[in-house]
Design a protein around this ligand. Sequence first.
Ligand SMILES: O=C[C@H](O)COP(=O)(O)O
Length: 263
Amino acid sequence: MAAVTRRPLMAGNWKMNLNHFEANLLLQKLAASLTEKQLTDVECVVLPPFTDLRTVQTAVDGDKLLIGYGAQDLSAHQSGAYTGEISGAMLAKLGCSYVVVGHSERRAYHHEDDALVNAKVTAALGSGITPILCVGEGLDVRDEQRHVAHCQDQLTAGLKGLSAEQVTKVVIAYEPVWAIGTGKTATPEDAQEVCGAVRERLAELYDQATADQVRVLYGGSVKASNVAAIMAKPDVDGALVGGASLDAEEFAQICRFPEHITR
Ligand SMILES: O=C[C@H](O)COP(=O)(O)O
């Protein structure tokens, strides 16, 4: 059977940074730094704050940029009296292809549990948007060597009720909480250990063919200087990049990682 090829995905999570003017500037710089071939070989996506999305949509559509975009969160509800919430349908109308679900910052600061994360994954798929489902352990769990089981359990809970066909439309991101914004990067071996375990769990829950189609990203202090070593691992299909995605040239270099990779 032919080996499955998964197109690498580099997703820049801007978090709560950049207003819509700044978003437009960064997007234009990013697009100018990457060639059509580079943007074809590697899928390059930005995940701005909600307030930037209309501007990003206008720039991407107007200039036919080969850059994808999405949001950092969505409501589990479809519409109604949920003050402050943004629905999947609203994001779809803005052309979003992706939405982050269950980021550790949402789990920690907004008390999002696995049931809510699962409802949001379902809501995203219902709106035709690819959820980037985040899993990851804190330092306490890692110190007790329970990180693999912890991430596999978060994965199982996050995907509850999804068919194999739906799961092929989901992206998983492994983000060890202790490596987010700290400068401490997991080693490529750490990333492979959990990304591989994610794929194993997908094969148990569904089947190997389904598991082989799902892209699994690593996130946590990814930079141009460490991305190639992480991407050389067989089960790592991309990166969810925070801080380094706020610098157009640094993120462009991350997207150009195939030019630096030695397998
Ligand atoms: O969503 C991105 C991650 O939280 C990683 O953030 P970071 O690259 O700033 O460590």
